[in-house]
Write a protein that binds this ligand. Structure first.
Ligand SMILES: [Zn+2]
Length: 79
């Protein structure tokens, strides 16, 4: 009979400690007009470079299509 009394050796490591370099981007959709803001794509013409997180979008930003505020946007799963 074998006993596992050396958990520190040869064991499978459940989760690598490497940080996620490319966090998943999300898509936010305007509840009023359906306009979508893609974090990965940003909105360069609105002054938001690609990769701009929703949380980094200025609170004063409004939907370019209907003028709705950020509170009117809902998160959509990308993909
Ligand atoms: Zn809108």
């Amino acid at each position: 009979m074998r006993r596992r009394d050396t958990p520190g050796e040869g064991g499978a490591r459940p989760s690598p400690s490497t940080e996620t370099e490319v966090p998943s981007f999300k898509i936010w959709e305007c509840a009023l007009c359906g306009f979508r803001y893609d974090e990965a794509a940003g909105l360069p013409e609105e002054g938001l470079p690609p990769g701009t997180r929703w949380q980094d979008v200025p609170a004063t930003w409004t939907c370019p299509d209907c003028g709705a505020g950020k509170d009117d946007f809902e998160m959509r799963e990308a993909g």
